[in-house]
Design a protein around this ligand. Sequence first.
Ligand code: AMP
Length: 289
Amino acid sequence: MRIIRTIPEIRAVVGAARAARQRVGLVPTMGAFHDGHLSLMREARAHTDLVVVSLFVNPTQFGPNEDLASYPRDEARDAELAGQQGVDILFAPDAAEIYPEGFATSIHVTGLTEVLDGAARGAFHFDGVATVVTKLFGIVAPDVAYFGQKDAQQVMVVRRIVRDLNLDVRIEACPIMREPDGLAMSSRNIYLDPAARQQATALNRALDAAAAVHANGERDAARIVDAARTVLADAGIEPEYLELRSNDDLRTLDRVEGDALLAVAARVGAARLIDNHLLKGGTGCDAPC
Ligand code: AMP
Protein backbone atom coordinates (compact mmCIF):
# COMPACT_ATOMS: atom_id res chain seq x y z
CA MET A 1 0.00 0.00 0.00
CA ARG A 2 1.22 3.46 -0.94
CA ILE A 3 0.84 6.58 1.20
CA ILE A 4 0.24 9.71 -0.87
CA ARG A 5 0.13 13.24 0.54
CA THR A 6 -0.35 15.53 -2.45
CA ILE A 7 -3.20 16.16 -4.85
CA PRO A 8 -1.08 15.95 -8.04
CA GLU A 9 0.25 12.54 -6.99
CA ILE A 10 -3.16 11.05 -6.17
CA ARG A 11 -4.54 12.46 -9.42
CA ALA A 12 -1.72 10.79 -11.39
CA VAL A 13 -2.30 7.40 -9.77
CA VAL A 14 -6.08 7.53 -10.14
CA GLY A 15 -5.75 8.82 -13.71
CA ALA A 16 -3.53 5.89 -14.65
CA ALA A 17 -6.00 3.44 -13.09
CA ARG A 18 -8.88 5.00 -14.94
CA ALA A 19 -6.95 4.88 -18.23
CA ALA A 20 -6.58 1.15 -17.56
CA ARG A 21 -10.39 0.98 -17.16
CA GLN A 22 -10.17 0.27 -13.44
CA ARG A 23 -13.00 1.22 -11.12
CA VAL A 24 -11.98 3.51 -8.27
CA GLY A 25 -13.42 3.17 -4.76
CA LEU A 26 -13.02 5.86 -2.10
CA VAL A 27 -13.43 5.49 1.66
CA PRO A 28 -13.26 8.91 3.36
CA THR A 29 -12.11 8.71 7.00
CA MET A 30 -10.59 10.69 9.83
CA GLY A 31 -8.41 7.75 10.90
CA ALA A 32 -8.15 5.96 14.27
CA PHE A 33 -9.42 2.91 12.47
CA HIS A 34 -11.75 0.35 14.00
CA ASP A 35 -13.74 -2.40 12.39
CA GLY A 36 -16.37 0.10 11.19
CA HIS A 37 -13.76 1.75 8.97
CA LEU A 38 -12.28 -1.61 7.98
CA SER A 39 -15.71 -2.91 6.92
CA LEU A 40 -15.98 -0.02 4.45
CA MET A 41 -12.50 -0.83 3.11
CA ARG A 42 -13.43 -4.50 2.69
CA GLU A 43 -16.56 -3.49 0.82
CA ALA A 44 -14.54 -1.20 -1.45
CA ARG A 45 -11.95 -3.95 -1.97
CA ALA A 46 -14.67 -6.42 -2.97
CA HIS A 47 -16.29 -4.13 -5.54
CA THR A 48 -13.68 -1.79 -6.99
CA ASP A 49 -10.21 -2.17 -8.56
CA LEU A 50 -8.29 0.71 -7.02
CA VAL A 51 -9.17 1.31 -3.37
CA VAL A 52 -8.30 4.75 -2.00
CA VAL A 53 -8.77 5.51 1.69
CA SER A 54 -8.49 9.15 2.65
CA LEU A 55 -7.21 9.96 6.15
CA PHE A 56 -7.82 13.57 7.02
CA VAL A 57 -8.96 14.97 10.36
CA ASN A 58 -10.97 17.74 8.77
CA PRO A 59 -10.61 20.86 10.93
CA THR A 60 -13.61 22.66 9.43
CA GLN A 61 -16.13 20.14 10.75
CA PHE A 62 -15.05 20.65 14.37
CA GLY A 63 -16.36 23.51 16.49
CA PRO A 64 -14.09 25.63 18.70
CA ASN A 65 -15.12 23.67 21.80
CA GLU A 66 -14.89 20.25 20.19
CA ASP A 67 -12.14 17.64 20.19
CA LEU A 68 -10.04 18.54 17.11
CA ALA A 69 -6.82 18.82 19.11
CA SER A 70 -7.35 15.61 21.08
CA TYR A 71 -8.90 13.54 18.26
CA PRO A 72 -7.00 10.22 18.21
CA ARG A 73 -4.28 10.10 15.55
CA ASP A 74 -2.02 7.13 14.78
CA GLU A 75 -1.16 7.08 11.11
CA ALA A 76 1.33 4.22 11.36
CA ARG A 77 -1.26 1.92 12.94
CA ASP A 78 -3.91 3.06 10.46
CA ALA A 79 -1.59 2.39 7.52
CA GLU A 80 -0.89 -1.10 8.85
CA LEU A 81 -4.61 -1.88 9.21
CA ALA A 82 -5.53 -0.42 5.82
CA GLY A 83 -2.76 -2.43 4.19
CA GLN A 84 -4.16 -5.59 5.77
CA GLN A 85 -7.53 -4.91 4.11
CA GLY A 86 -5.87 -4.72 0.70
CA VAL A 87 -6.21 -0.96 0.37
CA ASP A 88 -4.08 0.37 -2.51
CA ILE A 89 -3.64 4.02 -1.54
CA LEU A 90 -3.80 5.85 1.78
CA PHE A 91 -4.32 9.50 0.86
CA ALA A 92 -3.16 11.44 3.92
CA PRO A 93 -2.79 15.11 3.00
CA ASP A 94 -1.94 17.81 5.50
CA ALA A 95 -4.39 20.63 6.16
CA ALA A 96 -2.60 23.09 3.85
CA GLU A 97 -2.97 20.68 0.93
CA ILE A 98 -6.74 20.65 1.36
CA TYR A 99 -7.22 24.24 2.56
CA PRO A 100 -4.46 26.32 0.96
CA GLU A 101 -4.04 30.01 1.71
CA GLY A 102 -7.04 31.88 0.37
CA PHE A 103 -9.45 28.93 0.39
CA ALA A 104 -12.91 30.56 0.27
CA THR A 105 -15.57 28.04 -0.74
CA SER A 106 -18.11 26.26 1.44
CA ILE A 107 -20.77 23.76 0.47
CA HIS A 108 -23.99 24.22 2.42
CA VAL A 109 -26.91 21.81 2.18
CA THR A 110 -30.10 23.35 3.49
CA GLY A 111 -32.84 21.50 5.36
CA LEU A 112 -31.22 18.15 6.09
CA THR A 113 -28.39 19.80 7.99
CA GLU A 114 -30.56 21.90 10.27
CA VAL A 115 -31.74 19.08 12.54
CA LEU A 116 -30.18 16.34 14.70
CA ASP A 117 -26.36 16.74 14.62
CA GLY A 118 -26.63 19.97 12.61
CA ALA A 119 -28.77 21.50 15.35
CA ALA A 120 -26.77 20.00 18.21
CA ARG A 121 -23.27 20.81 16.92
CA GLY A 122 -24.03 23.84 14.72
CA ALA A 123 -24.29 24.50 10.98
CA PHE A 124 -20.49 24.58 10.61
CA HIS A 125 -20.36 20.82 11.13
CA PHE A 126 -22.15 19.66 8.01
CA ASP A 127 -20.75 22.59 6.01
CA GLY A 128 -17.31 21.25 6.89
CA VAL A 129 -18.29 17.68 6.04
CA ALA A 130 -20.00 18.70 2.78
CA THR A 131 -17.05 20.82 1.67
CA VAL A 132 -14.36 18.24 2.39
CA VAL A 133 -16.34 15.35 0.88
CA THR A 134 -17.04 17.39 -2.26
CA LYS A 135 -13.34 18.22 -2.47
CA LEU A 136 -12.38 14.57 -2.04
CA PHE A 137 -14.78 13.65 -4.84
CA GLY A 138 -13.14 16.33 -7.00
CA ILE A 139 -9.62 15.17 -6.13
CA VAL A 140 -10.08 11.39 -6.34
CA ALA A 141 -13.03 11.24 -8.78
CA PRO A 142 -14.15 7.84 -7.44
CA ASP A 143 -16.72 5.66 -9.17
CA VAL A 144 -18.04 4.57 -5.77
CA ALA A 145 -17.67 6.13 -2.32
CA TYR A 146 -18.34 4.16 0.86
CA PHE A 147 -19.86 5.65 4.01
CA GLY A 148 -21.11 4.17 7.28
CA GLN A 149 -24.77 4.20 8.27
CA LYS A 150 -23.42 5.03 11.74
CA ASP A 151 -23.44 8.63 10.49
CA ALA A 152 -26.87 8.32 8.87
CA GLN A 153 -27.44 12.05 8.53
CA GLN A 154 -24.02 12.43 6.89
CA VAL A 155 -24.96 9.79 4.30
CA MET A 156 -28.14 11.71 3.51
CA VAL A 157 -26.25 14.97 3.16
CA VAL A 158 -23.68 13.37 0.86
CA ARG A 159 -26.38 11.77 -1.29
CA ARG A 160 -28.08 15.15 -1.60
CA ILE A 161 -24.86 16.84 -2.69
CA VAL A 162 -24.30 14.15 -5.32
CA ARG A 163 -27.82 14.58 -6.60
CA ASP A 164 -27.93 18.38 -6.51
CA LEU A 165 -24.47 18.91 -8.01
CA ASN A 166 -24.79 16.04 -10.54
CA LEU A 167 -21.62 14.38 -9.28
CA ASP A 168 -20.73 11.17 -11.08
CA VAL A 169 -20.19 8.97 -8.03
CA ARG A 170 -22.27 6.19 -6.48
CA ILE A 171 -22.75 6.34 -2.72
CA GLU A 172 -22.79 3.08 -0.79
CA ALA A 173 -23.98 3.11 2.82
CA CYS A 174 -22.74 0.18 4.93
CA PRO A 175 -24.16 -1.21 8.18
CA ILE A 176 -23.13 -0.07 11.64
CA MET A 177 -20.40 -2.24 13.12
CA ARG A 178 -20.85 -2.84 16.83
CA GLU A 179 -18.87 -4.19 19.77
CA PRO A 180 -20.11 -7.55 21.10
CA ASP A 181 -22.22 -5.71 23.71
CA GLY A 182 -23.87 -3.58 21.02
CA LEU A 183 -21.97 -0.31 21.43
CA ALA A 184 -21.49 1.23 17.98
CA MET A 185 -17.80 1.32 17.14
CA SER A 186 -16.40 4.85 17.13
CA SER A 187 -12.98 6.43 17.23
CA ARG A 188 -14.30 8.40 20.20
CA ASN A 189 -14.99 5.28 22.30
CA ILE A 190 -11.40 5.54 23.55
CA TYR A 191 -12.49 8.59 25.58
CA LEU A 192 -14.71 6.30 27.71
CA ASP A 193 -13.42 5.17 31.10
CA PRO A 194 -14.64 1.73 32.24
CA ALA A 195 -17.77 3.08 33.98
CA ALA A 196 -18.72 5.27 31.02
CA ARG A 197 -17.95 2.42 28.62
CA GLN A 198 -20.51 0.31 30.49
CA GLN A 199 -23.01 3.18 30.62
CA ALA A 200 -22.62 3.73 26.86
CA THR A 201 -24.15 0.34 26.09
CA ALA A 202 -27.50 1.93 26.99
CA LEU A 203 -27.55 3.80 23.68
CA ASN A 204 -27.97 0.69 21.57
CA ARG A 205 -30.19 -0.95 24.20
CA ALA A 206 -32.46 2.08 24.06
CA LEU A 207 -32.66 1.92 20.28
CA ASP A 208 -33.32 -1.82 20.49
CA ALA A 209 -36.15 -1.24 22.97
CA ALA A 210 -37.78 1.27 20.64
CA ALA A 211 -37.32 -1.05 17.65
CA ALA A 212 -39.00 -3.85 19.62
CA VAL A 213 -41.99 -1.64 20.41
CA HIS A 214 -42.19 -0.68 16.73
CA ALA A 215 -41.88 -4.32 15.66
CA ASN A 216 -44.81 -5.11 17.97
CA GLY A 217 -46.95 -2.80 15.89
CA GLU A 218 -46.69 0.53 17.72
CA ARG A 219 -46.89 3.36 15.19
CA ASP A 220 -47.17 6.38 17.49
CA ALA A 221 -43.79 8.13 17.26
CA ALA A 222 -43.86 9.53 20.80
CA ARG A 223 -44.54 6.09 22.31
CA ILE A 224 -41.71 4.52 20.30
CA VAL A 225 -39.30 7.27 21.37
CA ASP A 226 -40.46 6.92 24.99
CA ALA A 227 -39.40 3.27 25.02
CA ALA A 228 -35.86 4.38 24.18
CA ARG A 229 -35.93 7.34 26.57
CA THR A 230 -36.82 5.08 29.49
CA VAL A 231 -33.77 2.89 28.90
CA LEU A 232 -31.52 5.95 28.68
CA ALA A 233 -33.00 7.41 31.85
CA ASP A 234 -32.45 4.12 33.70
CA ALA A 235 -28.81 4.33 32.69
CA GLY A 236 -28.57 7.95 33.83
CA ILE A 237 -28.20 9.32 30.30
CA GLU A 238 -29.88 12.56 29.25
CA PRO A 239 -29.70 12.57 25.44
CA GLU A 240 -28.69 15.66 23.47
CA TYR A 241 -31.33 14.49 21.07
CA LEU A 242 -33.42 11.36 20.66
CA GLU A 243 -35.65 11.70 17.65
CA LEU A 244 -37.62 9.66 15.18
CA ARG A 245 -37.59 11.18 11.72
CA SER A 246 -38.46 10.12 8.20
CA ASN A 247 -35.59 8.33 6.52
CA ASP A 248 -35.91 10.27 3.27
CA ASP A 249 -35.89 13.93 4.27
CA LEU A 250 -35.58 13.86 8.08
CA ARG A 251 -38.98 15.49 8.60
CA THR A 252 -40.52 14.99 12.03
CA LEU A 253 -43.06 12.19 12.34
CA ASP A 254 -46.14 11.81 14.49
CA ARG A 255 -46.77 8.34 13.19
CA VAL A 256 -44.34 5.85 11.69
CA GLU A 257 -45.73 4.35 8.52
CA GLY A 258 -42.68 4.11 6.22
CA ASP A 259 -38.97 3.84 6.96
CA ALA A 260 -37.94 5.96 9.90
CA LEU A 261 -34.62 6.86 11.45
CA LEU A 262 -34.36 6.75 15.21
CA ALA A 263 -31.27 8.77 16.07
CA VAL A 264 -29.62 9.53 19.37
CA ALA A 265 -26.72 11.67 20.54
CA ALA A 266 -25.53 11.83 24.13
CA ARG A 267 -22.59 12.78 26.23
CA VAL A 268 -21.39 9.73 28.10
CA GLY A 269 -18.41 10.36 30.35
CA ALA A 270 -15.86 12.28 28.28
CA ALA A 271 -17.31 11.25 24.91
CA ARG A 272 -20.07 12.57 22.73
CA LEU A 273 -21.58 9.51 21.07
CA ILE A 274 -24.14 9.06 18.30
CA ASP A 275 -26.06 5.97 17.21
CA ASN A 276 -29.17 5.16 15.21
CA HIS A 277 -31.50 2.41 14.08
CA LEU A 278 -33.46 2.34 10.89
CA LEU A 279 -37.03 1.25 11.56
CA LYS A 280 -38.21 -0.39 8.38
CA GLY A 281 -41.81 0.26 7.43
CA GLY A 282 -43.82 -2.61 8.82
CA THR A 283 -40.99 -4.87 10.05
CA GLY A 284 -38.93 -2.95 12.59
CA CYS A 285 -35.71 -4.50 11.29
CA ASP A 286 -32.44 -2.74 10.53
CA ALA A 287 -31.83 -2.38 6.82
CA PRO A 288 -28.93 -4.32 5.31
CA CYS A 289 -26.14 -2.48 3.50
P1 AMP B 1 -14.83 8.82 10.65
O1 AMP B 1 -13.40 8.43 10.58
O2 AMP B 1 -15.43 8.79 12.01
O3 AMP B 1 -15.11 10.10 9.88
O4 AMP B 1 -15.63 7.70 9.85
C1 AMP B 1 -15.28 7.36 8.54
C2 AMP B 1 -16.38 6.52 7.96
O5 AMP B 1 -16.53 5.34 8.74
C3 AMP B 1 -17.73 7.23 7.95
O6 AMP B 1 -18.40 6.96 6.73
C4 AMP B 1 -18.43 6.61 9.12
O7 AMP B 1 -19.84 6.60 9.00
C5 AMP B 1 -17.89 5.20 9.08
N1 AMP B 1 -18.05 4.56 10.38
C6 AMP B 1 -17.70 5.06 11.59
N2 AMP B 1 -18.06 4.21 12.57
C7 AMP B 1 -18.69 3.18 11.97
C8 AMP B 1 -19.29 1.98 12.45
N3 AMP B 1 -19.36 1.68 13.75
N4 AMP B 1 -19.84 1.13 11.54
C9 AMP B 1 -19.78 1.42 10.21
N5 AMP B 1 -19.21 2.52 9.70
C10 AMP B 1 -18.67 3.39 10.56
